[in-house]
Design a protein around this ligand. Structure first.
Ligand code: SF4
Ligand code: SF4
Length: 163
């Protein structure tokens, strides 16, 4: 059983209500997670980031908190990040959301998606229609992609591959 998080509908919900506070989903089993980063941040860097060659987000960061991993995916060292949001401002594609960088996160808003009971609470706390359990797998035709063993993401992914 996996959690399917619909990033397309989440953005629509956030646009409709800019005051919306989203629950933070974590999955500690993910190699790039470090136990700190929320699912939306991981999904954004993996699926919608344009992976710029010059990566202005990395060069603008005053804390050396961003780097590319071995796959070229941007990753943020949350222990270095000072939440200045310079990377959000300079990203020419508006990839990142400012709420990724909140220092004073409410721990009650964090749910471990590898834990069934917490995943149920996470889904209940998400805006209606944006998260659910599924037995399915990747369905590129439906814009559904695997983030890790426990989480599927629905989003319009960025790719440089020709159709
Ligand atoms: S918000 Fe964090 S990752 Fe982004 S530029 Fe500032 S210190 Fe670097
Ligand atoms: S500037 Fe934006 S699109 Fe480019 S690598 Fe950084 S986060 Fe990704």
């Amino acid at each position: 059983m996996k959690v399917l998080l619909d990033m397309i509908r989440l953005r629509e919900a956030m646009t409709a209500d800019p005051t919306l506070t989203l629950p933070e989903g974590l999955c500690y089993s993910h190699a790039n997670n470090n136990g700190l980063k929320n699912i939306r941040e991981l999904a954004t860097f993996r699926f919608t980031c344009r992976r710029c060659d010059d990566a202005p987000c990395i060069s603008v960061c005053p804390a050396d908190a961003l780097e590319k991993d071995e796959e070229g995916v941007i990753m943020r060292h949350t222990n270095l990040c000072v939440s200045c949001k310079s990377c959000v401002t300079i990203c020419p594609f508006g990839t990142m959301m400012t709420d990724f960088f909140s220092h004073h996160r409410n721990k009650d808003l964090f749910y471990d998606l590898c834990d069934r009971a917490q995943a149920e609470k996470f889904i209940a706390a998400c805006p209606p229609g944006t998260a659910r359990f599924t037995d399915g797998d990747e369905q590129p035709g439906e814009h559904i992609y695997k983030l890790n063993e426990k989480v599927l993401i629905r989003d319009y992914i960025y790719t440089t591959e020709k159709e």
